[in-house]
Design a protein around this ligand. Structure first.
Ligand code: GLC
Length: 555
């Protein structure tokens, strides 16, 4: 069963969870691996969960069984019962509802920020696809799916528009970064205006929007049990168009997706061009979500599924082998030989050990690990990116052992990654000459600010979901407590600055909708962990576990 503990099943609607369990090997016509399956989180009963989790997690994952955690800078969770409604929750709901946008009388999304406290109302009136995701989850968890359905249909409609930057036409499947509704009070008409990158700073198309759209479609289906939307010809076509953009064959030698800088949450130059972890994790998750929803009643559907299955295999192998970094792996890279030419090369991408930055040697705990920011020829970006790592856990791109190791790292490096406000978007910050070269002297992305080591409250929902999935709710509780001590008082800022995230961000907007929604989603998930199923996929039993690097190179 896929990750939905106790989710309501409505008659025939239960089938999505069965499709989620797709047997990839069978589809590929490969022999099944005989791996004894660990009993997963998703199979546990809720009562067992709350007791088991309070004790410190899933002790049935062999490599990273918690054991004694002395020596770790593990925060002690407070004794306050976090399930009692916090006074902030009501305020958050009120602010979230204020951000709702209507199109012809129907709510279709939430705008990025509404600051009613400011002297004049400072609205950021675009509905960003990625920003709407936590809002959508909050509404789904609260039993209000219609807003989400309207949003999915509206953005699907926008996908059909012809998109151009100057004289160049973008791919059919591209989803907008954002849209807004223009109300004409005289004519009483509503008009939509969308941005696919042609107005965005830097003119970059959002690669993440389509992936979030597919992930949200599954969350809607999973939470409502209503299969009719995902199965409608329009949604089926929308999914295929998004995936066609990514599954086409070309000059690629890697299964990862090649991207321009600034094509996701980090939407300006930050040196993430190439194969950024955020996109690879979202790509993997979207492929798995699509697999559970695509119909195979014609040759086109079958072919699409076949391509997805093949890509998933290659992508998980590549990511788990080459993006993964732990103490052992770091030591191996440190000792790499260079200029190897042949199939048997160990240092496949010709990474020069001298390019390993100093900080990573101190940062890497003996126990723990993470997916690094980027891997391409002679280039490994060792920075930590929170979103990609959390999505890797939720999508099960990370093996259970890797997921536990990521959580171990967060605990071991709590001051660096969480500090006084969850959660650093990236770590560490780049500064001086490197900042000049990498960001192009971006004054908004100075060290420990914004995308460059800033702390983003919206990431709270992702880390909470990852904590619940890995059986570490005490970490989420501690993070939520930090947020509760400041967020409302500070007016729900977009981001915080500083090494510890102590300062409200230099140019942070107040009443930022996804800061508000992220908090609500984190609270609701912790209160009722069955919500996790909307946004989490269990490990695919048939996906090959990663073989130790030394023995895998010649395969
Ligand atoms: C900033 C963020 C981006 C977000 C947008 C709207 O540009 O970097 O991720 O979608 O603001 O909040």
């Amino acid at each position: 069963m896929d990750g939905h503990i106790g989710l309501k099943k409505i008659g025939s609607h239960a089938s999505i969870s069965e499709i989620d369990d797709f047997d990839l090997s069978r589809l590929l016509d490969k022999p099944r691996l005989n791996i004894e399956r660990q009993r997963s989180f998703d199979e546990r009963s809720l009562s067992e969960l709350s007791i088991g989790l309070a004790r410190g997690g899933m002790d049935n994952y062999d490599t990273y069984s918690p054991g004694v955690r002395s020596g770790f800078d593990t925060p002690v969770s407070s004794t306050r019962n976090s399930f009692e409604p916090h006074p902030m929750v009501a305020d958050a709901w009120e602010s979230l509802r204020r951000s709702l946008v209507h199109f012809r009388g129907q709510p279709v999304g939430t705008i990025a920020a509404v600051d009613h406290q400011a002297e004049e109302v400072l609205n950021y009136d675009q509905v960003f696809v990625r920003d709407f995701v936590p809002s959508a989850l909050a509404f789904l968890m609260n039993g209000e799916p219609d807003i989400v359905k309207n949003f999915l249909l509206k953005t699907l409609h926008l996908q059909g528009w012809e998109k151009r930057v100057d004289r160049f036409k973008l791919g059919e499947g591209v989803m907008p970064a954002s849209f807004k509704v223009l109300h004409d009070p005289v004519r009483k008409t509503d008009t939509l205006i969308a941005d696919f990158g042609e107005s965005a700073i830097g003119r970059v198309a959002p690669v993440d929007s389509g992936f979030w759209w597919i992930i949200l479609l599954r969350a809607y289906t999973k939470s409502t049990g209503d299969l009719s939307l995902a199965e409608s010809p329009d949604c089926q076509k929308g999914m295929k168009l998004i995936l066609t953009l990514c599954l086409s064959e070309g000059f690629d030698t890697f299964p990862t997706l090649l991207c321009a800088d600034g094509c996701c949450m980090i939407d300006r130059r930050m040196g993430i061009y190439g194969y950024p972890i955020e996109i690879q994790a979202l790509f993997f998750m979207a492929l798995r979500c699509a697999l559970s929803m695509l119909k195979q009643d014609d040759a086109e559907g079958k072919e699409c599924v076949e391509r997805i299955v093949k890509r998933l295999h290659a992508l998980s192998y590549h990511m788990r082998s080459y993006f993964w970094l732990d103490f052992q792996q770091l030591n191996d890279i440190y000792r790499y030989k260079t200029e190897e030419y042949s199939h048997t090369a160990v240092n496949k991408f010709n990474v020069i050990p001298d390019s390993i930055p100093e900080w990573v040697f101190d940062f890497m705990p003996t126990r723990g690990g993470y997916f690094i920011g980027n891997v391409s020829p002679a280039r490994m970006d060792f920075r930590w990116f929170a979103l990609g790592n959390c999505v890797a856990i939720l999508s099960s791109l990370a093996t259970p052992e890797q997921s536990m190791a990521i959580m171990d790292l967060i605990e071991a490096r709590w001051d660096e990654l969480v500090g006084e406000m969850p959660l650093k978007i990236s770590y560490p910050a780049i500064e001086s000459h490197e900042w000049r070269i990498v960001t192009g002297c971006d004054p908004k992305n100075t060290r420990w600010s914004y995308h460059n080591g800033g702390s983003w409250p919206v990431l709270l929902w992702l880390v909470t979901a990852a904590c619940i999935k890995t059986g570490r709710p005490q970490i989420a509780r501690r993070a939520i407590e930090l947020a509760e001590s400041r967020l409302l008082k500070d007016g729900w800022p977009e981001y915080y600055d500083g090494k510890l995230g102590r300062y409200i961000g230099k140019q942070a907007r107040k009443y930022q909708t996804w800061s508000i929604a992220g908090y609500l989603v984190a609270k609701m998930m912790l209160e009722d962990p069955s919500h996790l199923g909307m946004i989490s996929l269990e490990e695919d039993k048939q996906m090959k576990p990663v073989i130790k690097r030394s023995s895998s190179w010649t395969c």
